[in-house]
Ligand binder design. Structure first.
Ligand code: PAF
Length: 290
């Protein structure tokens, strides 16, 4: 497995792989890899000959310096996990490679970044869009894989790839879940014991909404009422948002579902160490099924 630390080295390697007629699959990550990330590696492997994982804790997508400091850094374990999963190359850049001194170029999308996560994390998606653009330019992939759990991130990267004319297939990979339905996240370990017991309520709420739509329910208010009622059964769950939005542009859906619609949830639970852990999850509700 190659380990590359400079953009120049990654670009030269990509040129050689492309010259051989081989397809490159990129999996951008911030490290602390779990099975969810490794599912992205598998998805890239299924679509490309050469799989590149980038590991970079991107400072510009953090709102608070303390969160950036506290972000888990487990490079040795991550490299071992990549090697074991058959990754061909890992890109491990330093800040100077992605943000050269004096950097002042940003990629900033408008409407799609405003709702949902954009409300409580101003500037977050500008950091994501900027670093993903830089990774696309550095890795020159044919295909790039992102988790559907961070649905808004996936949607804006698709939008950005279209708007900027990147010749890259942006693939969304289904969320990997614990046996009780809880979406895998590095945040799960921070939940208190009782919060961890109650947290799978989120997946049950999504399943119930999907069943309701499959049975013909189309009224937004009825669906959201169902979401709130189900979540109330977990006394520790505190809703940050529960919203229905169009699945592509994330525009508001007012009265009735008329096409594929995203049900997006963010729910706070108590953390073991005090404070809260904010969990997000989502489901695309398909109206064409019934
Ligand atoms: O999803 C993530 O881990 C990050 O937002 C990404 C896409 C690697 C950009 O830093």
């Amino acid at each position: 497995m190659d380990i590359l630390r400079t953009t120049r080295a990654l670009q030269s390697r990509a040129d050689a792989v492309r010259a051989d007629g081989r397809r490159i699959g990129l999996v951008p990550t911030m490290g602390a890899l779990h099975e969810g990330h490794l599912a992205l590696v598998d998805a890239a492997r299924a679509r490309a000959d050469d799989v590149v994982v980038s590991i970079y804790v991107n400072p510009t997508q953090f709102n608070a310096g303390a969160d950036l400091e506290a972000y888990p850094r487990t490079v040795e374990t991550d490299l071992a996990a990549c090697e074991a999963r058959g990754v061909d190359a890992v890109f491990l850049p330093g800040d100077d490679q992605l943000y050269p001194e004096g950097a002042e170029t940003w990629v900033d999308l408008s409407e799609i970044t405003r709702p949902l996560e954009g409300v409580s994390r101003p500037g977050h998606f500008r950091g994501v869009a900027t670093v993903v653009t830089k990774l696309f330019i550095a890795a020159k992939p044919h295909v790039a894989c992102f988790g559907e759990k961070d649905y808004q991130q996936l949607a804006l990267i698709r939008r950005m790839a279209t708007d900027l004319g990147f010749d890259i297939d942006v693939v969304g990979v289904p969320t990997v879940r614990e046996p009780d339905g809880l979406a895998l996240s590095s945040r799960n370990v921070r939940l208190s014991e009782e919060a961890r017991r109650q947290a799978p309520v989120i997946a049950r709420v999504l399943d119930a909404a999907e069943s309701a739509v499959a049975s013909g329910e189309r009224r937004c208010e009825a669906l959201l009422h169902g979401v709130r009622t189900e979540l109330a059964k977990a006394p520790l769950a505190e809703i940050d948002y529960a919203e229905l939005r169009t699945a592509d542009a994330l525009a508001p859906v007012d009265a009735v579902l008329e096409g594929p619609t995203l049900l997006a949830l963010a729910v706070n639970f108590p953390a073991e160490a005090g404070g809260t852990v904010r969990l997000i999850d989502n489901r695309v509700l398909e109206t064409s099924q019934s």
